[in-house]
Design a protein around this ligand. Structure first.
Ligand code: GLU
Length: 346
């Protein structure tokens, strides 16, 4: 079984833009012990941009994408070196895997990425994953490393996702304010979004809860916990009360449908009539073009589209069987989305 552990920028990058080597050393020691125990671990690490900013002499994160790309290129090499050094004493090899959103949006590429992880695990290696920020832009990005970690957890079919951060978990109100209490169990439906992103990273508690939600619907539980100190992962795996735990949904969702839901971005929207919605949700039918009342976006056959009911709510996502123009023609007998290439969202 596999565990995905994500560390945020504030855990990795210390004052003056230096690597917090002690954090990396402690986590590498724990990860090596887990690997020796027979499980696989994948680390998702932030910090490339944070470390790169220091090399550029910048204190704050710039807004311009090219400057962020440059910072990440300069920081990523340092980041990987630091993880290599942290794992070296344990004789566990750490391999760098840089993903872009495109790597998971295409089904074949998604399977190639999965094969790469599987091969690394077979060698007893620990993949050190980050987004390939040097080529990512606003349009093609996972959003943040919390989302990336959840995607990776789905990709490697992890049994647990652990999001490590500066704070000890999810609090009832902003940590440090009077009356703030740590929640041991997270409630995905009613969770208040607490805390802003830090100065160098992008995440914040909100994006961690979204990541937990994504993992939960793929049948993967999540723990959000503090990443400092000697024993962090071992107590979490032993089930001791640490951080905030989010339960997984009972999921028998096939891998293809998880990819469709989380990996592949939607290129358009089809609004369908009440009869078509019922046939899809209750009858497990395919969507015919005659049931589509409006088409938004310019997409080709093979792109993903969201399906919207007459109430305006998105209820499914599927792979378009024809392009936007053809579907808008509402030609009789034309299949807009085949039922095997469709995932219902709730
Ligand atoms: N991939 C970014 C980095 O390594 C971090 C993104 C995030 O903060 O979530 O710097």
């Amino acid at each position: 079984m596999t565990i995905v552990v994500k560390l945020g920028t504030s855990l990795i990058v210390g004052p003056g833009g230096r690597v917090r080597r002690i954090v990396l050393r402690e986590r590498a020691r724990e990860v090596a012990a887990i690997v020796r125990g027979g499980e696989s671990v994948c680390i998702v690490t932030s910090g490339a941009i944070g470390l790169g900013l220091a090399r550029l002499g910048l204190e704050r994160r710039p807004k311009e994408v090219p400057r962020l790309q440059a910072a990440s290129a300069l920081g990523q090499s340092r980041l990987q070196q630091a993880w290599d050094a942290a794992f070296a004493p344990h004789r566990v090899p750490a391999g760098q895997v840089l993903l872009t959103a495109i790597d998971v949006s295409d089904r074949a590429a998604y399977l190639h990425a999965r094969n790469a992880f599987t091969a690394l695990f077979r060698y007893g290696a620990v993949p050190i994953v980050n987004e390939n920020d040097a080529t990512a832009t606003d349009e093609i990005t996972f959003g943040d490393n919390d989302a990336l970690a959840a995607q990776v957890a789905v990709l490697v079919q992890a049994r647990l996702l652990i999001l490590l951060t500066e704070v000890d978990g999810v609090y009832t109100r902003a940590p440090g304010t009077p009356g703030a209490e740590l929640l041991s169990e997270g409630d995905l439906a009613g969770q208040a979004v607490l805390g802003e992103g830090s100065k160098l990273g992008t995440g914040g508690m909100g994006s961690k809860i979204v990541a937990a939600q994504m993992a939960a619907s793929a049948g993967i539980p999540t723990v959000i916990a503090g990443g400092h100190g000697k024993d962090v992962l071992a107590p979490i795996l032993a089930g001791e009360p640490r951080g905030t735990r989010f339960r997984a949904d009972d999921s028998g969702v096939p891998a293809f449908k998880l990819w469709l839901r989380f990996g592949k971005p939607a290129a358009g929207r089809l609004t369908v009539d009440a009869g078509a919605r019922r046939a899809l949700v209750e009858g497990g039918a395919s969507l015919l073009a005659v049931g589509v009342v409006s088409v938004d976006g310019r997409f080709e056959a093979g792109d993903a589209v969201e399906l919207v009911g007459p109430d305006g709510a998105v209820f499914a996502k599927g792979i378009a069987g024809a392009d936007a123009k053809e579907i808008a023609s509402r030609q009789r007998g034309l299949e807009a989305v085949h039922r095997d290439r469709l995932v219902l969202l709730s």
